[in-house]
Each structure stands twice: as C-alpha cells, then as structure tokens.
Write a protein that binds this ligand. Structure first.
Ligand code: ATP
Ligand code: MG
Length: 237
C-alpha cells in the first residue's frame, strides 16, 4: 500500500506514513495539537507538489496561515501558487448563522448538519484533504444521522483516491458515541496529561489504530516548539 508523508519524520518512522486514499481521524482535547498535526501533513504534501485542500470550520484562513508560520511552515506561498486551497467554511457558517437566525433555528440546524455537502467542495483532482474540525457539524445530529453522513463522506473521498485527515474534537466524538472511530482507517489521539511520577504536564500522542500497519502501542510524548511537533525519545527505564 502506498503511503503519504505525515510531514513529521519521526512519525513516519513509527507508522510508515498515512495510507494513500484512506481516511485518518485525529481526535483529542482542546489545545492538544490536532490542528498542528494536520498542518504538518498539508505543508509536506504542498511541498511535494500535491493538490491540497483544507476545510477549516473554526478558523479563518489567515489565522491558519499565521499559526503555520509560527511553527516554521510557510503555507502562504502554496496558497499563492495554487497547491493549497483553504475553504472559508468558518466565515460561511458564521455569516449564514446571522442571516438564518432571522428566519428560525431549524434552517440553521439544517445548514450546520450537512456533512456530506463537504464532498461537493472537493475537486476530483485533489490529492489530500484536511477537515478541521468536523465536530461542528454534529451539534444537532443524531448518532444515526452522523454515521450515515460520515460513512458516505469517507466512501466518497476514497472513491476519488484522496488521502484525508479528519479532525474531530473529543467531545463531539464522545457525543456521537465514538462511532467515527469504526469508520476510519486510522486514528491518532492527542492529549495533555499529568505525569503521575513527576507531576509535570505532558503532551501525548497515541496511535489507536492504523489498519494494515504495525503501530507502537505506548503513548508517545511530544512537544510543540517553533518548529512544530517534535516527538520525544522514549526514556530508558
Ligand atoms: N509556535 C508555537 N510554539 C510553541 N507552542 C505552540 C506554538 N503554536 C502553538 N503552540 C501550542 O499549540 C497549542 C495548540 O495546538 P493546536 O491548535 O494544534 O491544538 P488543537 O487540538 O487543534 O486545539 P483546538 O481545540 O483549539 O482546535 C497551543 O495551545 C500552544 O500551546
Ligand atoms: Mg484545532
């Protein structure tokens, strides 16, 4: 199976890269590093000349570019040369919300529950997609509705042979009964936890599954620096 570079060399060594044409889910608590993990992938794919799409539901494109720059990833040039398209779903969502509120909340619900509609935004020649954060679509969805739409979205993306990273915040994942975990090919989970021995707060990356791949079972400690995510070596015991 062909693999794509995750954009983080040490992570490539651990999971061989993201399987081509499949979907990886990144979940985790707020501020744990989900978006940055996605940005590394986008940056490398752009550098490799791939057609990349970012669907940003919680941030304006400018903030994403600023965040990327702060960790040494110059995404702006890829927006200019056409390798990267950042969809303005955030502005559309909030803009529509203002208009729709005048008419009633049902219409707003409908608008914010159209997960499958994302597929129409993705041209056939796209190589990779990062959707950050799919959780916003689930606020008014039943678990059944979510499953149907989520599965169709993933199927549609894999039919186009697009390698996809879907970010879903942990509370949305829990609200949807964790069913997203079963539909995807692989799952990475980021968190911030207290080390019970040292009392220090630590960032952890867990590889929960990647089908068809040998994965490390222990959580991997990492830091976020001016160069982005840096995986730490396992301490000798
Ligand atoms: N340049 C930087 N240097 C060091 N740490 C940084 C830098 N940029 C961001 N961070 C750290 O990364 C964290 C945010 O990471 P990220 O945005 O990927 O998290 P997230 O899981 O996507 O959060 P959210 O719930 O807001 O979507 C910040 O809280 C900050 O601690
Ligand atoms: Mg984020």
């Amino acid at each position: 199976m062909e693999r794509l570079d995750t954009g983080i060399e040490e992570l490539n060594k651990k999971i061989e890269g993201y399987p081509k044409g499949r979907t990886i889910l990144i979940t985790g608590t707020t501020g744990s590093g989900k978006t940055i993990l996605g940005l590394h992938f986008v940056n490398k794919a752009c550098a490799d000349g791939k057609n990349c799409k970012m669907i940003a539901t919680e941030e304006i494109p400018e903030d994403i570019l600023i965040q990327a720059e702060s960790i040494g990833l110059q995404l702006r040039k890829y927006c200019e040369n056409g390798n990267l398209i950042i969809d303005r779903v955030y502005e559309e969502r909030t803009g529509h919300a203002k208009e729709v509120l005048a008419f009633g909340i049902e219409q707003l619900d409908e608008l914010q529950s159209n997960l499958l509609g994302l597929l129409e935004r993705i041209p056939d020649n796209t190589d990779i997609v990062v959707i950050d954060n799919i959780g916003v679509f689930t606020l008014n969805m039943s678990v059944n509705e979510f499953r149907a739409q989520f599965d169709s979205l993933i199927f549609g993306l894999s039919k186009k042979n697009i390698t996809t990273v879907i970010i879903m915040d942990e509370s949305a994942n829990e609200r949807m009964g964790g069913i997203a975990l079963y539909s995807v090919y692989g799952i990475l989970k980021t968190s911030i936890k207290d080390n019970p021995y040292t009392g220090a707060r630590e960032r952890l990356l867990e590889i929960l599954k990647i089908r068809n791949t040998k994965i490390p079972l222990d959580p991997i400690k990492f830091e976020i620096t001016s160069k982005g995510i840096v995986l730490l070596k396992k301490e000798k015991t």
